[in-house]
Design a protein around this ligand. Structure first.
Ligand code: 5U1
Length: 673
């Protein structure tokens, strides 16, 4: 063959192999045997070896993996990877649907079409395609930032390296689940021992472990597959419904689960759920429930999100796995904010794919309600990744009288009295930071991944630092030196130096991470981001009064109160000052939206249908001017904006004497700029 002919043959082989992959993974309709596929594959491989100029990055031969990398780079998701709210019962799903109807201001008799999908127990992944080519793959991570696993994902044959159909926009991200088929998992484990490799624990662990290999040739040897379920794309490209998105993904050559179905409303969900549950054992992949999504994308946008979960979707989970075991003891765990949580120490039992030895008992009221006593036979439940819990005891199996469990009157760690705060189920240690357990938990939280991300500062090391009275507060961490660290157990010079380097590295952070790391009660990662975005610097946040805090999107009165109190505590202020003096810093804020904007401090509620734009767009416009837009009317609401056919919010506003604006009023408001 002449050289142009070799080029032609290589292109032909690439197309043939891609076609066979597509038929096998996407259409589930292979047209050649594995041996025939291998023959074509080897022909292309040998051509590329002889004529390296023929090799293209998206050649099917390039799925075999590359040289080991030393670590995964962190990537920021341009659009966060969301999680899903869960429901277990029919009532919970109906209440999700009622909420959707209410937020969309539709009558209870009207319906909203839903798309129902099996919920895979795999690993969420985001695939970026540029000009139709796979350029980046990232894990979900904390939803905001994940790990770059492109080299590994390229080895998964179900994922096209090049989109089919030629009609894709320049930039798009596909969201979906990487999973290990059960058949692949079983086949891998069957020969694992004789190949001298460790068997995989379960398909989910197998998928996660395979994707996190530094050597992608190991990933290539693992049986992984993929189903796409979402798309991040410029809005102009989007069709009207989620069902059409899935159709488009399929047309681009991405595998989409064939069991996905569009349903007319909530009633059909339960038949779908029962049917998928019936099929569950016969599927070649693990699922832990089904997902329902509002089909219309404009309604999805209107419904928006709470925290990190969309209001337009819910996971309907299958009943968790349960087992019976013996409760050997109840121990008390002291949390970061002093909460005393009873923990069951159990005779080891295998539930939901893992061995469980501890399970939460939540609080004293739950122990009474479940009638759980030390020595009892108890039912333990584990659902997905959730912490195992004791469901109830089996009193009929008691062979002797067992005493009721009494919660301690004092903290088992520091001896301070335990108290119950008003309206709270949890008992709390009143020792504050005198309590070594609270101090340890606070330091663990400070060092955690979503917070200051100090690698190497784990709970064992923190325990030593606190017990030896070397570290009292997070600020003391930045005073540590090589000599002090080297005197600790299991600490050589290299690990000590690594920790100092990590501490140094952690000083370059973001305000949101820093705020989250401080461990203010009820301030999770999302709230910390809201606060950071609104204030931009610590001094402005410290100076904020309750009213200003409550005016921030996402901050309610309870959280505002906690934040306010935290910054009025001298000890906290002193620790923050010391941390900042140690060199903790973050980039200058890009945009500060409090106080300085025309509608700052104002709260609006929108009801009914607006003519000029959707409620969601109106909300965005108001927020851009510094206003807060909420879903319920109170005496603090500045005004209710009422469009056509307003809902009960208008009646409530009238009752409370809250101002009411029509669309003209809204237009005037938006012109205040
Ligand atoms: N099938 C399916 N799984 N799953 C998981 N769809 C789906 N959608 C998700 C997640 C977390 O999230 C979107 C609703 C944002």
């Amino acid at each position: 063959m002449s050289s142009p002919n070799y080029a032609q043959r290589a292109e032909q082989l690439r197309q043939l192999l891609n076609e066979h992959n597509h038929r096998y993974y996407v259409l589930d309709d292979p047209s050649v045997s594995d041996a025939e596929y291998d023959l074509l594959f080897r022909e292309l491989q040998s051509l590329e070896q002889d004529y390296p100029e023929l090799l293209t990055p998206d050649s099917p031969t390039q799925r075999v993996g590359a040289a080991p990398s030393s670590a995964f780079a962190e990537v920021q998701h341009q659009v966060p990877m969301l999680s899903l709210a869960n429901g277990f019962t029919e009532a919970e799903i109906r209440s999700f649907y009622q909420r959707v109807l209410k937020l969309l201001e539709r009558d209870t008799e009207q319906s909203v079409e839903l798309v129902a999908e099996p919920k895979l127990d795999g690993l969420a992944i985001s695939l970026r395609y540029q000009s139709g080519r796979l350029v980046r793959a990232a894990t979900r991570g904390d939803g905001q930032r994940g790990e770059e696993v492109t080299a590994n994902v390229r080895t998964i044959r179900a994922i096209p390296l090049r989109l089919r159909g030629g009609k894709a926009p320049d930039e798009l991200e596909v969201r979906g689940e990487v999973y290990m088929p059960r058949s692949g998992f079983l086949a891998f484990n069957e020969t694992a021992e004789q190949r001298g490799v460790k068997p995989l624990i379960n398909p989910r662990n197998g998928a996660a472990g395979s994707l996190r290999q530094l050597d992608s040739s190991i990933t290539a040897s693992r049986p992984l597959a993929f189903y796409a379920y979402g798309l991040v794309i410029d809005e102009a490209w989007l069709p009207d419904t989620h069902a059409e998105v899935l159709k488009q993904l399929r047309a681009w050559g991405l595998p989409v689960n064939p069991l996905i179905k569009t349903l007319p409303g909530v009633d059909a969900c339960f038949d779908y759920y029962a049917e998928i549950n019936r099929q569950r054992e016969t599927l070649d992949y693990d699922i832990d429930g089904v997902v329902y999504k509002v089909n219309r994308l404009d309604w999805q946008r209107e419904l928006g999100f709470v925290s990190r979960a969309p209001r337009w979707a819910i996971a309907h989970k299958f009943a968790a796995e349960e087992q019976v075991t013996t409760l050997e003891a109840i121990e008390i765990q002291v949390g970061r904010t002093g909460s005393l949580t009873p923990v069951a120490r159990l005779k080891p039992v295998f539930v939901g794919g893992v061995t469980v030895t501890n399970a939460t008992l939540h609080n004293e009221a739950e122990i009474r309600r479940k009638d759980v006593r030390v020595g009892d036979q108890v039912i333990v439940r584990r659902a997905g990744d959730v912490i195992p819990e004791v469901v109830r005891s089996l009193p009929a199996r008691r062979t002797r009288e067992l005493p009721e469990y009494q919660m301690p009157s004092h903290c088992p760690e520091c001896g301070s009295p335990a108290e119950r705060e008003q309206d709270e189920a949890a008992l709390r240690c009143t020792g504050g930071l005198i309590c070594p357990a609270q101090r340890k938990r606070a330091l663990e939280h400070f060092a955690a991944r979503g917070a200051m991300d100090i690698e190497g500062l784990g709970s064992k090391l923190i325990a030593q630092l606190v017990d030896q009275k070397i570290v009292h507060s997070p600020a003391d961490l930045y005073d540590l030196d090589l000599e002090t660290l080297m005197n600790l157990e299991r600490m050589g010079e290299k690990s000590a130096q690594n920790l100092l380097d990590e501490l140094d590295k952690s000083k370059n952070t973001t305000m949101a991470r820093f705020l989250y790391a401080l461990g203010v009660r009820d301030v999770g990662e999302v709230t910390a981001q809201d606060l950071a975005r609104a204030f931009g610097d610590i001094q402005a946040l410290r100076d904020a009064d309750l009213e200003k805090l409550e005016a921030i999107n996402g901050i309610g009165p309870i959280v505002a109160q906690k934040v306010h109190a935290f910054f009025r505590n001298d000890k906290n202020v002193e620790i923050i000052a010391k941390l900042l003096a140690a060199g903790i810093h973050w980039p200058e804020p890009e945009q500060v939206d409090t106080g300085s904007q025309p509608l700052s401090g104002n709260t609006y509620v929108i009801t009914g249908t607006l003519e000029a734009f959707s409620r969601n767009v109106a909300k965005q416009k108001l927020e851009a001017l510094g206003a807060k837009v909420t879903g319920s009317v109170s005496s603090k609401t500045t005004a209710v904006i009422a469009g056509a056919e307003p809902g009960s919010k208008l009646t409530k506003a009238e009752k409370l004497g809250v101002d009411i604006l029509d669309e003209t009023g809204l237009a005037a408001l938006l012109e205040v700029k």
